[in-house]
Design a protein around this ligand. Structure first.
Ligand code: ATP
Ligand code: MG
Length: 247
């Protein structure tokens, strides 16, 4: 039933901070079941695009639908893993507490998580290889470990559509493998996953769909069709000479 509509439909989206547009007239569809990378240089508006889709920043113009509905109507089906560097990790909470926060949406804010939720949280931690850290303070983990905990938190939400902002940024090789495996498991389970990604060299191996943006949308579609040297250099300018995957 859900698959009839695209998971994400963005039309004429323009976002400005003060008077400066950072996203300009974006049209974008993400088909249900896609594993999509969003790529573009620093400051291209990638994080802003996710925030606008999730209603966290107010656009100047445009329309966003998720599974054919406004965000609020489907919020429980949506998981968001923010860019790690944008989160304050110094707050006092254990790893398990952080993952349990992912269950609040389903529970309602006034019911406390109980044994079933703790079991879900521990399963999600095990899936990310973090079961031994459940009682640690989140502030005491490495960057890659924190990223895995944040992903575990998104897993307990029971979401259909995932937005992840640079999950691979600054993680070690083990974490990279764990995250990649997770992305493929989510895709195989029919979930839709939109991932802001920095490393042009791995886009081909990791994703099926790609959106290239630099304030404007340069291209969006199946990787084999749109991840071309022309589109990449249009997105990155001269920087593509360093990272062009066909070079
Ligand atoms: N809250 C804000 N107020 C003002 N300007 C902002 C704000 N957030 C982002 N910007 C600006 O908007 C532009 C797009 O930022 P955004 O974080 O979406 O880029 P990005 O593509 O995610 O970059 P990065 O690769 O560095 O994460 C940048 O020029 C940034 O400086
Ligand atoms: Mg960003």
């Amino acid at each position: 039933m859900m698959n009839a509509k695209p998971a994400v439909n963005v039309a004429d989206l323009t976002v400005a901070y003060r008077d400066r547009p950072v996203l300009w007239d974006i049209d974008l569809q993400v088909p249900a079941g896609a594993l999509m990378a969003v790529v573009g240089p620093n400051g291209a508006g990638k994080s802003t695009l996710l925030k606008a889709i999730l209603g966290l920043v107010k656009p100047v113009a445009g329309m966003v639908e998720l599974f054919g509905q406004p965000y609020r109507a489907v919020a429980k089906k949506i998981a968001y893993v923010p860019q790690r560097t944008s989160v304050d990790w110094d707050f006092p909470a254990t790893v398990r507490d952080v993952v349990l926060m992912g269950t609040y949406g389903q529970l309602g804010w006034f019911r406390r998580p109980g044994q079933p939720q703790r079991k879900l949280a521990d399963e999600a931690l095990a899936r990310m290889g973090m079961q031994d850290y459940a009682n640690r303070q989140i502030s005491q983990l490495s960057g890659g470990q924190q990223q895995r905990v944040f992903l575990a938190r998104s897993l307990v939400q029971g979401a259909e559509l995932f937005f992840m902002d640079e999950p691979f940024q600054g993680v070690d090789a083990t974490t990279e493998e764990v995250i990649l495996k997770l992305l493929h498991e989510l895709r195989n389970a029919g979930k839709t996953v939109v991932v802001v990604h920095h490393d042009l060299g791995t886009v081909r191996d990791y994703f099926d769909w790609v959106t290239l943006i630099n304030v404007k949308k340069i291209a969006s579609g199946q990787l084999s069709e749109v991840f071309t040297p022309e589109n990449i250099s249009q997105t990155y300018g001269h920087r593509a000479l360093i990272a062009n995957p066909s070079a």
